[in-house]
Design a binder for this molecule. Structure first.
Ligand SMILES: C[S@@+](CC[C@H](N)C(=O)[O-])C[C@H]1O[C@@H](n2cnc3c(N)ncnc32)[C@H](O)[C@@H]1O
Ligand code: SF4
Ligand code: SF4
Length: 436
């Protein structure tokens, strides 16, 4: 494979017929929709193009032109990625099987990503954290975590998001990261950045970590460090950024906005321009466990804050992270924009499974990986099947909303906190999308 020795790909035929291709080295997912599943399968099984064309014409009738156009586009992209090469006679394709992992999904609903909370322990006590103060010390063993990763790979999961608590304080963090990458899955690590330095970043790089998300809650030290309750934390993160950039590690700075810090998001737009691999993403503080009542001054979220966040999302496009784009690739009528319960789920530090990192409550519990297979939970959990029954059209406010394709009803946690139901609209999303 000339010129692409280091590239590895995982190709997945999703249950809905879309083709998802992950470029393992670049930690990227690309999705191709609207192509008949059997035809893509045929293409990937080295069929001659004329053969595939004939089949499309037979099967698709009036839609054939459209499908052929899309197929041509896919073929060009697969060629660009060196996944297939045209044979000399120009009538067939040869797949570069080396470093290519083709997976045809066998689930009733695709599972593309899972979060694994490898620990709830943390070296910080941030004012806003949704994780209960009553932190559990009990954790899954490394063998259990590896078993989950094995099961995820078997199910065709494309990305694992390793989070906490603070995952970098877990004694087996590097071992876990390497295990995931050795299974040809993408990896994103969520960290508070306290332990990032040249050695740690080099170790991460050597284990195949290509993407991390670091929390920043202010542009100035006083702001960030007072929310995070750790002097010097932001400075340490800023020192780490050039090292991450040098190592080509994609970095998302994740800003949790409140009235206290929102005015500082905009200062990142200049600061980040010099970094190619570092982007910013901001979201609003969510008042889980009534944190706002205890720390009101820091955690209030007013309409002005919502408007400022909206303004930043529009005006800072060049430094804004596109991490949410994957979810929007699918036009479906499921509720929620982030994929929770639709193509994503969360495994807590003791193996409890939930739809989303924040909704770690009994009423949203889907199962437990100690004793149940991940696949059984994903396919058969009563709570999940109930959630999937509800569609956007079942939410009164959303079903006639012009912004429904951009918003998908918003965040399930915010809907729940506002209306006491995850089957309701998210009023903050309405403010973001509907009001000027
Ligand atoms: C729980 S932390 C785990 C990873 C790591 N310890 C960190 O701080 O980045 C994951 C993310 O959730 C955010 N977060 C925590 N509590 C939140 C809340 N109540 N509302 C919104 N975001 C929150 C954090 O700021 C962080 O970006
Ligand atoms: S560093 Fe992360 S896990 Fe720890 S308290 Fe802060 S937000 Fe929570
Ligand atoms: S903007 Fe509001 S009403 Fe419209 S889809 Fe989003 S949550 Fe529903």
């Amino acid at each position: 494979m000339e010129g692409v020795e280091n590239e590895r790909f995982r190709v997945k035929l999703r249950t809905d017929g879309a083709l998802a291709i992950t470029n393992i080295e670049e930690n990227k997912i690309k999705v191709y929709k609207g192509i008949d599943k059997q035809i893509v399968a045929l293409l990937l099984k080295y069929s001659k193009s004329s053969h595939v064309e004939k089949l499309i014409l037979e099967k698709m009738g009036e839609n054939a032109e459209n499908v052929l156009g899309k197929l041509e586009h896919i073929i060009d992209e697969l060629k660009d990625m060196n996944i297939i090469n045209e044979e000399k006679n120009n009538t067939s394709y040869k797949i570069n099987k080396q470093n290519l992992d083709i997976y045809s999904e066998n689930l009733t609903k695709s599972l593309d990503e899972i979060y694994i909370e490898i620990t709830k322990r943390c070296n910080l006590r941030c004012y806003h954290c949704y994780i209960d103060n009553d932190i559990l010390k009990r954790e899954m063993s490394i063998e259990k975590i590896q078993d989950i990763i094995d099961q995820a790979a078997e199910m065709g999961v494309l990305m694992i998001k390793v989070t906490g608590g603070e995952p970098l304080i877990h004694k087996d963090f590097f071992k876990i990261a390497k295990y995931i990458r050795d299974k040809n899955m993408l990896l994103r690590v969520y960290t508070n950045g306290t332990s990032l330095n040249e050695d740690v970043i080099n170790n991460m790089y050597n284990c195949g970590v290509k993407e991390i998300q670091i929390s920043v809650d202010g542009f100035y030290d006083e702001t960030h460090d007072s929310i995070r309750r750790k002097k010097g934390n932001l400075n340490n993160i800023k020192q780490a950024l050039p090292i991450l950039e040098k190592n080509n590690i994609k970095t998302i700075l994740s800003f949790t906005a409140t009235d206290f810090n929102v005015s500082e998001i905009k200062y990142f737009s200049e600061y980040l321009k010099e970094f190619k691999h570092i982007k910013l993403n901001a979201s609003l503080f969510m008042n889980y466990h009534n944190k706002q009542e205890c720390n009101h001054d820091m955690l209030n979220v007013s309409n002005d804050t919502i408007n400022e966040l909206k303004r930043c999302a529009y005006t800072m496009q060049d430094v804004w992270s596109k991490k949410m784009d994957y979810g929007f690739t699918y036009s479906n009528d499921n509720i929620g924009y982030c994929g929770a319960g639709n193509f994503s789920m969360y495994i807590s530090s003791i193996g409890e499974v939930y739809m989303c990192p924040v909704l770690q409550e009994n009423s949203f519990r889907l199962g437990n990986v100690n004793g149940e297979r991940l696949k059984d939970i994903w396919e058969n959990s009563e709570a999940l099947n109930e959630f999937r029954k509800y569609k956007l059209r079942d939410i009164d406010k959303c079903n006639s909303c012009q912004k429904v394709n951009e918003c998908r009803g918003g965040c399930r946690v915010r809907a729940y906190l506002s209306n006491d139901s995850i089957y309701s609209h998210d009023p903050i999303s309405c403010s973001m999308f509907l009001e000027d």
